[in-house]
Ligand binder design. Structure first.
Ligand code: SF4
Length: 330
């Protein structure tokens, strides 16, 4: 039976797409790292200087975020203890939690690891709760993307924050039928979700037809569209099915048509071993072997070095054309 996920700020973007989205209980590796860097950031703000569990890169990332927080808050007091950062949001079953906040400036801070993602709904929920708690008319939520070394912010009025959050809350409470969306593969309901099961049924019926005429299908735009929709239907199950097949094969249980192949692991050289060569040949020669640097890494290195990225150095590679389902699949 489908169960709805808990109404909490971080779930809002997914609940907006499907009121039944329920996050997997096991946190991903990325989420575990995010929590670890968050903890270091807050410890630094509180004044601690020893972080036994953090890697050097995580400590550096958190330190950058602390620098940004100091710049924004100036001499105003920043609160970072868990109990000071709890946010009661009207209608939400449990309090949320920002990473830090400055009551004087009516703003809060959230450190984010990884790539940019649209956190507007989550931030609106925090802003609404904090404005309610501190009788504020506007609230600014600062997002510190510590891997990208970028800072973004959203400023909400009370009415705007309440409106965007309540839109999702009302849809969640009304619980309309589930809607297929790009997060289905990460939903704990996926195994039992009728939307996914129907789509997979359709796909399997199509692929099991005795006379599958692929050239005819390619020649017919209408059938091609239905075929691609059906292919997409089984995607959310693919990873789980692959993992289970590997388990069977490792236990010597036959999975018709499949076998395990073990590739010998790729070999690589650690950075420390490259340094003597850099000293001998110079950085330029070694960098030629490393190839192009992504824009995100270039900007990150510039930020670390305190340099402004050189617009002329940023080149554009060849574009690519992708196929996208339109309108959004139901
Ligand atoms: S699997 Fe997708 S459609 Fe089904 S409940 Fe989860 S998010 Fe909604």
């Amino acid at each position: 039976m489908l169960r709805q996920g808990i109404l909490r700020p971080s779930n809002l973007p997914k609940l907006k797409l499907c009121a039944w989205f329920r996050p997997e209980e096991e946190p991903s590796k990325a989420a575990v790292r995010g929590s670890s860097v968050d903890a270091i950031y807050r410890q630094m703000l509180i004044g601690l200087t020893d972080f036994p569990s953090g890697t050097a890169a995580d400590i550096q990332a958190a330190d950058w975020a602390v620098g940004q927080t100091d710049q924004i808050a100036g001499k105003n007091k920043v609160l970072a203890r868990k109990e000071e950062c709890a946010v009661t949001i009207p209608g939400f079953p449990k309090p949320g939690e920002v990473d830090a906040l400055c009551r004087k400036l009516f703003c809060s801070f959230d450190l984010k690891t990884g790539q940019w993602y649209d956190y507007r709904l989550q931030m609106a929920a925090y802003a609404w709760g904090l404005m309610t708690m501190y009788f504020a008319e506007t609230w600014t939520t600062w997002l510190l993307f510590c891997d990208l070394r970028r800072v973004y912010h959203y400023t909400f009025t009370y009415a705007e924050a309440a409106r965007v959050v309540l839109e999702v809350v009302h849809a969640y409470e009304a619980a309309p039928p589930p809607t297929f969306n790009s997060y289905c593969a990460w939903c704990d309901n996926a195994g039992e979700c009728p939307v996914l099961i129907n789509r997979a049924d359709e796909a399997l019926a199509l692929t099991e037809k005795p006379k599958f005429d692929f050239p005819a299908l390619l020649a017919n735009a209408q059938r091609l569209g239905s075929f691609l929709t059906a292919c997409r239907a089984v995607e959310p199950y693919q990873q789980q099915a692959t993992d289970r097949a590997k388990e069977y094969l490792l236990q010597k249980v036959d999975v018709p048509g499949w076998s395990l192949i073990t590739r010998s692991p790729g070999k690589y050289v650690e950075l420390a071993a490259v340094l003597p060569i850099v000293n001998k040949l110079g950085a330029e020669r070694i960098l030629q072997e490393y190839g192009h640097l992504s824009l995100a890494k270039y900007e990150k290195l510039c930020a670390e070095a305190g340099l402004t990225p050189d617009a002329a150095a940023i080149k554009t590679g060849a574009g690519a054309t992708y196929l996208r389902s339109a309108p959004e699949l139901k």
